[in-house]
Design a protein around this ligand. Structure first.
Ligand SMILES: [Ca+2]
Length: 184
């Protein structure tokens, strides 16, 4: 494959592909701390995890939150997290989708807790007409000190396919490279 053909193939692939990347930093707490997150009481623990070695743990009604550069709700293809509440007889926690207008949507996670890690999908909670700027998972307190809520492997997948303008710029750049190559 020559240089020009290579560029053409690259261009076609770029135009035809859609990238669904997790935009979160440190989504599974494998840094061993809460880098990228803000919290009112969560800490990282390596005593339990869904994947890797680490997860985030709380005792009671506190949250762990990650804020990020705004992405269109319509571009989000998945919001999810793995949750474990080993000390409760049923799941009970809250999860928020945060928006650029300072509003948020909240849902309660509930159901049978078998004492194992369970994936909760919050994708349908996203308001597709708003700009999403963060997510927030809450622990739970029923008045005791043993209400443990563990989180791991948060996902916010967004369709990061380039805007038409940047695709055009990419095309022009490729053309310029071809021309420069020919001159040389
Ligand atoms: Ca982990």
């Amino acid at each position: 494959m020559n240089y020009k053909t290579g560029l053409l193939v690259f261009g076609v692939i770029a135009l035809g592909s859609q990238s669904f990347a997790n935009i979160l930093v440190n989504p599974g707490f494998e840094t061993g701390d809460l880098t990228g997150w803000t919290t009112t009481g969560y800490t990282a623990t390596n005593n339990d995890s869904h994947t890797g070695s680490w997860s985030a743990i709380s005792f009671g009604n506190v949250f762990v939150e990650q804020d990020f550069a705004g992405v269109a709700g319509s571009s989000i293809t998945e919001v999810s997290a793995w949750v474990k509440q080993p000390s409760l007889t049923g799941y009970f926690f809250a999860f928020d989708i945060l928006y650029s207008d300072s509003s948020f949507d909240e849902t309660l996670g509930s159901g049978a807790d078998t004492g194992t890690w369970t994936k909760f999908d919050f994708t349908s909670l996203v308001n597709t007409s708003k700009t999403v700027t963060g997510i927030r998972g809450w622990g739970y307190s029923a008045g005791g000190t043993n209400d443990i809520t563990l989180y791991d492997d948060f996902v916010v997948n967004a369709n990061t396919v380039p805007e038409p303008a940047s695709m055009a710029a990419l095309g022009l750049g490729a053309l310029a490279l071809v021309r420069k190559r020919r001159k040389g």
